[in-house]
Design a binder for this molecule. Structure first.
Ligand SMILES: [Zn+2]
Ligand SMILES: [Zn+2]
Length: 165
């Protein structure tokens, strides 16, 4: 996020911290995971993005991609978060490829829509192969439902947000 590129920022827009210390929520399980406090294996970790396995896999491959700094759910995002969401998607695909998932057309990438989030820290679900998801996960990560939104849909929504508000 380029600090020089300042759109019409109004009051009420969440401030983003660019400091290396970042935001850390003491009560947040995902903050603990990305800070290596729990011993969960990090499949990817950099200043902005981290990735680890979902503890309850809904498909043979099920990863969670999260911002390394605490950011709340999809509802709290704005247009300025589009690059971050895109990077989360890229990271998810890279981790899949590292784990020998070659068919990137048979995957599901998306977010739970509030209040259907078990953890408040923004997280992208990455599932593959989508065709091997069981009944319950098909329901949990269902396309065009009011509780799950694909990464593409979220990006579209955030892009539109600026024009309407
Ligand atoms: Zn957190
Ligand atoms: Zn979720």
């Amino acid at each position: 996020m380029a600090a020089a590129d300042t759109p019409q920022t109004q009051t009420g827009v969440p401030k983003t911290s660019n400091g290396p210390a970042g935001q850390y929520d003491k009560k947040c399980i995902f903050c603990k995971i990305v800070n290596n406090e729990i011993g969960t294996e990090l499949l990817h970790c950099d200043e902005d993005i981290s990735c680890f396995r979902d503890i309850r896999p809904g498909a043979p491959h099920h990863y969670l991609v999260v911002p390394t700094r605490h950011i709340g759910n999809c509802k709290s995002l704005s247009k300025e978060h589009v690059p971050l969401v895109k990077r989360m998607v890229e990271t998810g695909k890279k981790v899949l490829q590292k784990n020998n998932v070659t068919d990137l057309s048979d995957i599901r990438l998306g977010f739970h829509w509030p209040p259907f989030c078990s953890v408040a820290h923004l997280h992208l679900h990455v599932l593959a192969p989508a065709s091997q998801m069981g009944f319950t996960s098909r329901l949990f990560y269902r396309l065009n439902s009011y509780w799950f939104i694909t990464a593409d849909q979220l990006i579209e929504l955030l892009t539109l947000k600026e024009e309407t508000s």
